[in-house]
Design a protein around this ligand. Structure first.
Ligand code: UDP
Length: 236
């Protein structure tokens, strides 16, 4: 089968069906625009399991996504879509680039969620853009952007509730959307500790990719912790 796309953490292959693609979660971990790179045994499996749980919950709540089903430890079947080159970031608690950019202390709860857009362009380092930049770049129409914002906030509400039950703070996360031929938007990519910040609600201990980014501890043990807590809430 043909490799359609290879990213830092995933590969996308065709299947014998036009309306199904095979998404493979790799063990690669990267940070700081690929400056830091390692292969971490078990990471692909953990992200596939966690992302599957999140997509299943989102689908059950009526969010349209590219997810069809998990087919092996490291693989999912997904619907083909035209990825919109924007990273839609939702933030509930200050961290990362928001804290750095505005000189805010990390860990402050935001009164209302903040939605940000980053233009996906490796050479430019994924710059922060606003709605006027997005219109000028012609990556999405105003109505589509508004739709993505509303969907991202809906996803936030669903994930916040799930995380709360799992004793996890959902600090922030990144979503990517795809455009279907009929003009509908669907949630694509992944929802995992590679793309979300998750902290223990009491100790504020980090359980996401920041463990790897900043060398704070074992990525796998953080991801296993997330998986067992979320799995416990869903199946428990
Ligand atoms: N994020 C991501 N991919 C990126 C950039 C950010 O998944 O290319 C996620 C990141 O894991 C975090 C959120 O988006 O959950 C906000 O990231 P931030 O802008 O704070 O960037 P960072 O501090 O990671 O550079």
């Amino acid at each position: 089968m043909t490799l359609l796309y290879e990213g830092k953490a995933k590969q996308l292959f065709t299947t014998e069906k036009d309306d199904e693609l095979r998404l493979v979660y790799k063990n690669d971990a990267t940070a700081f625009d690929g400056e830091k790179h390692d292969v971490l045994e078990g990471k692909g499996q953990l992200n596939n399991a966690i992302s599957t749980l999140f997509f299943q919950v989102l689908e059950a709540e009526g969010v349209q996504t590219h997810f069809i089903k998990k087919i092996s430890d490291t693989e999912q079947l997904v619907r083909p879509t035209q990825i919109i080159p924007l990273e839609v970031v939702v933030r509930n608690i200050t961290a990362g680039s928001l804290a750095r950019r505005l000189g805010w202390e990390e860990g402050q709860a935001l009164q209302d969620p903040i939605v940000e857009y980053y233009y996906k362009d490796d050479e430019l380092g994924d710059p922060l853009v606003n709605d006027d930049h997005i219109a000028a770049l012609q990556v999405a129409k105003a109505a589509e952007l508004e739709e993505m914002r509303m969907r991202a906030l809906h996803v936030n509400d669903i994930l916040l509730e799930l995380c709360q039950k799992a004793n996890i703070l959902l600090v922030d996360f990144k979503l990517e959307f795809g455009m279907q031929d009929d003009g509908t938007l669907i949630l694509a990519d992944e929802v995992s500790p590679d793309t979300c910040r998750f902290w223990d609600a009491q100790t504020k201990e980090k359980m996401d990719k920041d463990l790897y980014r900043y060398g704070l501890g074992s990525l796998q043990s953080g991801y296993e912790n997330i998986l067992s807590r979320i799995g416990g809430v869903i199946h428990g």
